[in-house]
Design a protein. Structure first.
Length: 146
């Protein structure tokens, strides 16, 4: 695989998991000296421009990160040919990406369950799982880019 210079995190509505992953990964990548553009999108965004859920904003704020300016984006508004790697929250999202024409070798599956509608504790646990998976992804990209 070529050097990875862009990552798009993908979930369903782009209101919780993928926005949290975007800001967490970006922070980790910057600390690791990784030069990589980072975005997030949803496969089922009803209307673009909606904010992240309150619970997602709170969860990442505990890590010193800010999601308050997030606006939802549909995967259909992203040129998939210009993205080096898609980080899907579930295998279902990966399947949807492949149906849109994304090659399997450009998809990383994070296996993060959907916290939508859950308590703040559920979101905090989700945030922790995203951070752990993002740390692994940063390491993989660094090794790939060497």
């Amino acid at each position: 695989m070529d050097k990875i210079k862009s990552v798009v995190f993908v979930c369903t509505g782009n209101t919780c998991r993928s926005p949290m992953a975007q800001v967490i990964f970006k922070s980790l990548a910057e600390k690791a000296g990784l030069d990589c553009s980072v975005m997030s999108a949803g496969v089922a965004v009803g209307c673009e421009g909606r904010p992240a859920t309150f619970e997602a904003v709170q969860a990442v704020s505990r890590l010193g990160l800010d999601l308050s300016e997030h606006k939802t984006t549909s995967i259909r508004s992203i040129n998939i040919d210009e993205v080096d790697l898609f980080a899907a929250m579930t295998m279902e999202h990966a399947d949807m990406l492949m149906n849109l024409g994304v090659p399997k070798n450009r998809i990383y599956v994070m296996n993060i369950p959907d916290p939508f509608g859950g308590s703040q504790e559920v979101y905090d646990e989700c945030c922790k799982a995203i951070k752990e998976s993002s740390e692994k992804l940063v390491e993989l990209i660094i090794k790939n880019n060497e």
